[in-house]
Design a protein. Structure first.
Length: 215
């Protein structure tokens, strides 16, 4: 009985947080750049893995609700903060796969691979959940290779934002700020099976995405 009440309470809290985030995000004036190319690729049957820095994901939450029809998945840590994010993601129509590089990583990556192969759409936070900031971890390359998906980096920025004193300098756009969501070109980093090819792909993605990090 206690477990049932706990589940109901968590569901209510997650619902309230989701509506709070959505209401706050609705104040943003969002400008989208370069979305059509990868969407057309996906609609023609391609697999797409969107990637971003941990610092910047909040500003994209409202817009990413539009992708819920594609049954997207997102890997989220099993921490208490992760529980909150997972609840919001689920309410937004995303499938939260629980795990991280520090805990339950391999099973979570296998589940992400299964979901990405089945539904052809997922997202990954490349330096989460605890950093170091601006350092791309191996999981994104492993996932792209195993599922034969293209990687599409994306970046968010804002004309007015707060930056937290956290490991990633988390960005929270201010109310009624202009928010820019820019998608980069598609990257096919699935080729090559050697360790050297893997490391080269990881270094290439690092080189491409690092300029988009807000210092």
């Amino acid at each position: 009985m206690l477990k049932k009440y706990r589940y109901v309470l968590i569901s209510i809290v997650n619902g309230l947080l989701y509506h709070l985030v959505r209401s706050y995000s609705w104040t943003f004036r969002v400008q989208i750049e370069n979305e059509s190319a990868w969407l057309d690729f996906y609609r023609r049957g391609g697999r797409v893995l969107l990637c971003c820095w941990h610092q910047q994901f909040f500003a994209a939450i409202s817009h990413f609700k539009k992708y819920s029809a594609y049954h997207p998945s997102l890997m989220i840590s099993q921490s208490k903060d992760g529980n909150i994010i997972a609840g919001i993601a689920k309410k937004s129509g995303w499938n939260p796969v629980r795990g991280s590089s520090s805990h339950n990583g391999r099973p979570a990556l296998r589940e992400m691979e299964s979901q990405l192969k089945r539904y052809r759409f997922a997202a990954h936070i490349v330096d989460g959940p605890t950093g170091p900031a601006g350092i791309i971890k191996a999981g994104v390359i492993s996932l792209a290779r195993s599922s034969e998906a293209v990687i599409v980096p994306f970046y968010t920025s804002s004309d007015r934002a707060w930056y937290f004193h956290s490991w990633d300098r988390f960005m929270l756009p201010k109310p009624f700020a202009k928010v820019y969501l820019r998608f980069d070109d598609m990257l096919d980093l699935s080729s090559g099976k050697s360790d050297e090819a893997f490391e080269n792909h990881q270094a290439e993605l690092q080189r491409i995405m690092l300029p988009g990090l807000i210092c």
